[in-house]
Ligand binder design. Structure first.
Ligand SMILES: [Ca+2]
Ligand SMILES: [Ca+2]
Ligand SMILES: [Ca+2]
Length: 244
């Protein structure tokens, strides 16, 4: 009997681990807690650190992947006209330096960190969640199905991005940050914690930290058996990635 219980315990333990590691194919419903599993809840942001008080807040970031797709989920709160942006980098060349100067007109500067992609969700445009790459000024039409999203005006955003868009390299380290802001304004909250934090005024805010996790093996193949909760917050600094 004791041995049976031991087997049962090991079986249940393995099941719980299996559910929490990559690969995981996510189907979006807008319910982040059921779409993702606990180990994919990679960042808990303060619910009271917005410079705009109770109006615009980021709460949580979820992240996971399967062999073809990266999945991201943002839990927050926003009022009308505000935007959530997910900044992604890693592996390739990049030149998104100052988002004031491009069509998003975001007053976030990234003088050291140069994200390659911005997923821009502006709830004034109900169905829009664009994938923006600096230098191309291209909005990918999410209705094409190659970039799938779920978004609602209260602050939930889920995005599925094919690895083919992002371009995996050997030992690829994915870097990301999330901001919430006015459409033509500085930000009021960010994931991960920044130094200094976005102050909510109309002037530019600098991203000083990103989240980083290795997503590919030495052959550029998405890693299996990874708990995304192992993601790390890393200060922005010059690196081999940025020296391109
Ligand atoms: Ca927050
Ligand atoms: Ca924050
Ligand atoms: Ca500011």
């Amino acid at each position: 009997m004791g041995r049976m219980l031991s087997f049962l315990f090991v079986f249940l333990f393995c099941m719980s681990v299996t559910l929490a590691i990559t690969p995981h194919t996510v189907t979006f419903t807008g319910n982040l807690e059921s779409d993702f599993v606990s180990d994919e809840w990679v960042y808990s942001d303060s619910s009271t650190d917005s410079a705009w008080g109770a109006f615009d807040e980021l709460y949580k970031l979820y992240l996971t992947w399967d062999s073809l797709t990266l999945y991201l989920g943002v839990d927050g709160k926003r009022v009308e006209n505000e935007t959530i942006d997910i900044w992604l980098a890693g592996g390739g060349s990049s030149n998104v330096v100052n988002l004031q100067t491009v069509t998003l007109n975001k007053r976030f500067t990234t003088t050291s960190w140069h994200p390659e992609w911005a997923i821009h969700d502006d709830n004034t445009m109900v169905t829009l969640a664009g994938l923006y790459a600096d230098g191309e000024f291209t909005w990918f039409d999410c209705s094409l199905g190659s970039l799938t999203t779920y978004s609602n005006k209260s602050g939930i955003l889920e995005v599925a991005i094919p690895w083919g868009y992002l371009g995996l390299t050997p030992n690829h380290k994915l870097q990301c940050a999330v901001t919430i802001s006015g459409p033509l304004w500085g930000g009021c909250d960010a994931i991960p914690a920044q130094n200094p934090e976005p102050n909510g005024d109309g002037e530019a805010d600098e991203l000083s930290n990103w989240l980083q996790i290795q997503v590919a093996d030495s052959n550029g193949i998405p890693l299996v058996g990874i708990s995304p909760s192992g993601i790390q917050s890393v200060p922005v600094e010059l690196s081999s990635f940025q020296a391109d």
